[in-house]
Write a protein that binds this ligand. Structure first.
Ligand code: BG6
Length: 792
């Protein structure tokens, strides 16, 4: 027995030594070791990593680093380490022992110069040699402001990479840029020092247990959810992050970023994609998850100014003035509250609103994702009779409860009248009922409710993933840039927007409540008297009551953009209804470009009486690119109008710019083909309505100054040359346009101000300004201009 025991012990010891040898030594360098994040979360997470991994064959050393001089830095770091806590199930003596070990392995060092980095690298190598270890790899955690990234990255790359056969991982904390361009620049810069697989960009919300469980939950309940997780069953999705704290003490950061960059662009967007993306077969494959996420990003409908409401808590500007030494009359426009309506334009989610909301100084701290299902049941018997649990008429929802709030811990809740979810029992356990506790309007007992067996902090989870090279919970460069592509236009359009001021806390009452319709989101309550004046010089519509109502001797409609678009949409609908009543059909020729986009959206979402079934849609002009190209006018029409309405396919008439595998070749006679199609279907080749725009050079349709094609003559459709790329175009000719029963010219934006002034004064000079040649022979011409175009 003794012999056998001795052999067994020797084998085990050998195995352990081999494992140690195989797995090697890991150095973790925490930069910003004395900063807030390190003190609050990172040291604790590193300690947890040590507790979880030290016994499994790796050896560790932890280097706290900062710019602070060694003595002072060591003191600050020691303070941070003193407050480390042990897991609840650990005895006091175990805790003291392990903490002691961890402290002995943790040292402070100043990392300032290239030389400091070289010394660090040498010290690691010397230690490894001295202790007869093999180096496995190094983890550098950047818990520093982004302006410091480039220098640190350069130093690591040039002087602190571990030798061959080892790995390097760098961990980066947001902000990763300020908009698409800056994010791209930062990504390119970092990409010149590190490989993509070496970088771990942290979004700590991906380490929150309820968030990390979204994909596994969808996977484990695939069978039931396959049927339910789509537009036929889901009423809406809410991704919510409410905070009670405000930005005091952080305004130098916050003033530059604001709530959308701080939490929506990253945390909430990541959650949105986890809910919305197609579920990969392998939910653990980081590559598959990334590809599906990117697909979800591509399906997001572009945000407009009207997709969001923004607010700012009342004391924010004062805090900024104090902390950033701003003058007394300084008023910040940075939003501290935002709600955004997002649409995912694909077959699964078309029409389902996704609401993203986040704010500081709100009434409670809580975060959750709530998928609310449609309810088509009608219950005859009142609730008083029978059990309510399975009542099909009660709300049906799946909630990933991130934490805090009434419940006070992470959870996954599924209405009992929906289905009983499957969850991994070793890590999730059923929540005990708490009578009297209501969540989302229903008693807790109405949910199947689960909580993590062991609550873990997000940073501990993420550090463990970094250690195990599990990349699916990190933000890749592609993922990051896709998110900025989505958010940047909204951020730009909100740049000068005055946020609604709210008092903060419970006093907010219903002030920030919002509602959505027709793709737009707005506050439910009228704007109360503003506590801060808007930009002083902004003109009000009432200032313009005496405007003239004609332009170039034709009727002029002018208004603020939203109102203008509504009026135009109404007028087009009225014209369509009338045409269909009289002739049985309505022929509408539409322009491309950006101005009509809002009109298309308005028509798509707000005009249910529109006789689409009897409408023929034609193009005024087209770029010589394939119809699937994002530059194609038809693509714009498709994205913003066609896919939301029901027009018979045979009533849609794209311009044939792409024939015989080539674009706009004269020999292919595309222009003539289109002209024949018009003559065949449109009585007298006279469109019921032609929608035109006006370029800053006075062009209209694709008829350009100093280019005679299409200005006169017999041809109905012509090929033309634009001064801008893509140069080749196809266009209706002026004579054809002028045969229309009604021509509408839509002009919007400050950029059009000059040409609007100029064209108001010139006569009939289509060669110089093709727009001046628009004069329907027997039809009507109406100008629609927004105040910015008209008044500058
Ligand atoms: C951070 C934001 O990313 O998340 C903070 O910069 C915010 O503004 C914080 O307060 C919220 O995180 P948590 O984990 O406390 O919900």
């Amino acid at each position: 027995v003794w012999k056998m025991l001795t052999v067994a012990v020797c084998v085990a010891l050998l195995g352990y030594l081999q494992a140690q040898e195989l797995q090697g030594h890991v150095s973790i360098i925490l930069m910003g070791a004395t900063g807030d994040l390190a003190k609050k979360y990172l040291w604790q997470a590193l300690f947890q990593l040590y507790l979880d991994e030290a016994g499994k064959g790796h050896s560790f050393s932890f280097h706290g680093a900062a710019l602070t001089a060694p003595k002072q830095g060591q003191e600050l770091m020691t303070k941070a380490l003193e407050s480390l806590s042990c897991p609840q199930d650990m005895t006091h003596s175990q805790c003291v022992e392990l903490k002691g070990q961890f402290l002995r392995l943790s040292q402070y060092r100043q990392l300032k110069t290239a030389e400091d980095y070289r010394t660090l690298s040498k010290d690691i190598e010397a230690q490894v040699q001295r202790e007869g270890l093999r180096e496995a790899g190094r983890i550098f955690y950047f818990s520093v402001p982004p302006f410091a990234y480039a220098d640190i990255a350069r130093n690591i790359n040039s002087s602190c990479r571990p030798g061959p056969g080892t790995w390097l991982r760098v961990v980066l904390e947001k902000p990763f840029g300020h908009d698409h361009l800056s994010a791209q620049q930062l990504a390119t810069e970092l990409g010149s020092f590190f490989q993509e697989e070496e970088m771990y960009r942290v979004d700590h919300y991906l380490g929150k247990q309820a968030v990390a469980q979204i994909l596994p939950f969808r996977d484990q309940n695939r069978q039931v959810l396959d049927r339910l997780w789509n537009r036929h069953h889901v009423e809406r999705v809410e991704v919510i992050m409410k905070e009670t704290v405000d930005a005091e003490g952080r305004t130098s950061f916050y003033e530059e970023y604001g709530v959308i960059r701080d939490t929506l662009q990253n945390h909430l967007t990541e959650i949105l994609t986890l809910v919305a993306m197609e579920l990969p077969r392998e939910v653990n494959s980081s590559e598959a998850v990334l590809q599906h996420k990117l697909q979800a990003f591509r399906a997001l409908r572009g945000l407009q100014r009207g997709s969001a409401v923004v607010g700012q808590y009342q004391t924010y500007s004062g805090q900024v003035r104090r902390e950033l030494q701003k003058p007394d009359d300084f008023h910040s426009l940075t939003p501290t509250f935002a709600a955004v309506l997002v649409h995912v334009d694909n077959l699964r989610w078309e029409g389902v609103p996704f609401i993203l909301m986040s704010g500081k100084a709100l009434d409670e701290r809580v975060g959750y994702v709530r998928v609310l299902f449609k309810n088509r049941a009608f219950c005859v018997q009142g609730e008083r009779h029978g059990t309510s649990e399975q009542n099909p008429c009660l709300p049906r929802q799946v909630i990933f409860y991130i934490g805090h709030g009434e419940l006070g811990h992470p959870a996954i809740l599924v209405s009992r009248n929906l289905f009983r979810p499957a969850l991994p029992t070793q890590s999730w356990t059923e929540v005990q009922d708490r009578p009297g506790l209501h969540l989302f309007g229903r008693p807790l007992s109405e949910y199947y409710a689960y909580r993590p067996v062991r609550e873990q902090d997000a940073y501990s989870i993420l550090l463990s993933h970094i250690f195990h090279r599990r990349k699916e919970s990190f933000i890749t460069t592609e993922n990051l840039l896709a998110s900025w592509v989505f958010w940047t236009p909204l951020l730009d359009s909100l740049d000068r927007e005055v946020p609604r001021i709210y008092p903060g806390g419970a006093e907010n009452g219903h002030l920030l409540d919002f509602e959505f319709s027709g793709g737009q989101l707005s506050f439910s309550q009228q704007q109360p008297e503003q506590l801060v004046p808007g930009p002083g010089s902004a003109p009000q519509p009432s200032d313009f009551q005496v405007l003239r109502t004609t332009y170039r001797e034709s009727p002029l409609v002018s208004a603020w953009p939203e109102e203008l678009i509504s009026k135009l949409a109404e007028d087009i609908e009225a014209t369509a209804v009338q045409a269909v009543r009289r002739f049985g059909e309505f022929h509408l020729a539409l322009s491309g470009g950006s101005s009509p986009r809002a009109l298309f959206q308005q028509l798509a979402t707000g005009h249910y009486g529109f006789p689409w079934a009897h409408t023929h849609l034609w193009l005024v002009d087209e770029r010589c690119v394939p119809l699937s190209d994002p530059e194609s006018n038809f693509q714009g029409l498709q994205a913003h109008l066609l896919q939301h309405i029901r027009v018979p396919y045979y009533n849609i008439h794209p311009m044939p710019v792409h024939l015989h595998q080539r674009l706009c070749a004269e020999e292919d006679q595309g222009a003539q083909t289109y002209a024949r199609e018009i003559s065949a279907l449109v009585a007298n080749s006279s469109f019921d309505l032609v929608l035109l725009g006006m370029g800053t050079d006075g062009h209209t349709a694709s008829l350009f100054p100093q280019s005679p094609a299409g200005l006169d003559g017999e041809q109905l459709v012509v090929l033309t040359e634009s001064p801008l790329r893509p140069h080749q175009r196809m266009s209706l000719s002026l004579p054809l346009i002028n045969r229309a029963k009604k021509v509408v010219v839509l002009v919007m934006g400050r950029m059009k101000r000059e040409i609007t002034m100029l064209v108001s004064r010139v006569g009939h000079e289509p060669k110089k300004w093709p727009i001046s040649g628009v004069l329907p022979k027997s039809g009507q011409l109406v100008w629609y201009m927004d105040f910015e175009a008209f008044l500058g």
